[in-house]
Ligand binder design. Sequence first.
Ligand SMILES: [Zn+2]
Length: 394
Amino acid sequence: MPIVSTPVSAVRNVRPWGGEAVDIVVDGDTITALSPAGSHPVTTGEIDGRGLLALPGFVNAHAHVDKSWWGLPWQSYGGEGGTEGRIRHERARRDELGIPSVPITARVLARSVETGTTALRTHVDVDPGLGLRGIEVVREAAAAYEGAVTVTVVAFPQDGVLRRPGVMERLAQAAHAGAEHIGGLDPATIDRDPVGQIDAILALAAETGAGVDIHLHDPAELGAFQIELILERTERLGLAGRVNIAHGFAVAQLDAVRRRDLLQRMGALDVSMTTVAPLRLPQLPLHELDEAGVRFGFGTDGIRDLWSPYGTGDLLGIAWQYARSSSLVRDEDLHRVMEIATGASAGFAGLPAARLAVGDRADIVLIDAENPMDALVRMPRREVVVGGGRLLAG
Ligand SMILES: [Zn+2]
């Protein structure tokens, strides 16, 4: 059932990025003019922005909206620790909870939208047990927004690739069926065959035109070695601009010279990174990634699922966590974090970068804050959310 009904013609009296008050004029899904506040003729379908801060919609560059138990009664974690323990726990209980499910995924999307997210890249489990059902569930839940919320899919082999017969075939099926990206998972520690998994995934991407988005938790030199394997194949197969490394904890754990060399090579091949701002690990270094030209985005990762009961779906919370645990305090850094949390990361969802300029997609969030820095450190509630030129919340 469609969710979105109200097209927006203008968002009046708002302060883009904390600047002077303007009226943002919208036609269809596009911002067509920015005029001084009050100068735009009154039309139907306009929103009174009451002088609020306006930002581009948040972009969740790494989510798992297919596997949450959002809206179900509290689920106690009963599995073992570690990646393998969590995978087993999820495998043991997902059928009993009816996961993946359209209503649950719809609730997770609704929660994301009400906190200002208008575009997501979500990993979706694909394995011989589920086949492509998870992708169908996500597509159906996303379709209710009729394009107002952008959802792109990574076909994700959560239980490993080469070690599980049939997974490569499912990933190929998913890519041929239109999954925008093919995922991978710790080629060394899960498959115990880094060359094999990386060769297989990147060859499939080259063959199908899909992008690649590999979860890489492996630390320090083991992780760096696998990033090098990914870079070599990205170059050889002509996949520049289509490969992302999710987590990439290793990058933050290398010595400075080794990290600089690796980041420069990533920047040259436009291999991007996504981080979920892990609490107990060093953060990806903002300045070093920017200097090397490595695009990066923030993600929530799992949201209240059989891996962990944590996760609220609020991307601004992840941006806060990243900024706080990176000890960022200067305005230019906090501002940059807000750019990365919003339109600068639109490419992760297959959209052009957006800054609330004329010609940008009308993904707009209004917040009662003085400026982007104030919004970041204080995380006020989102007053109004517009996606693709339509009112989604507020
Ligand atoms: Zn993840």
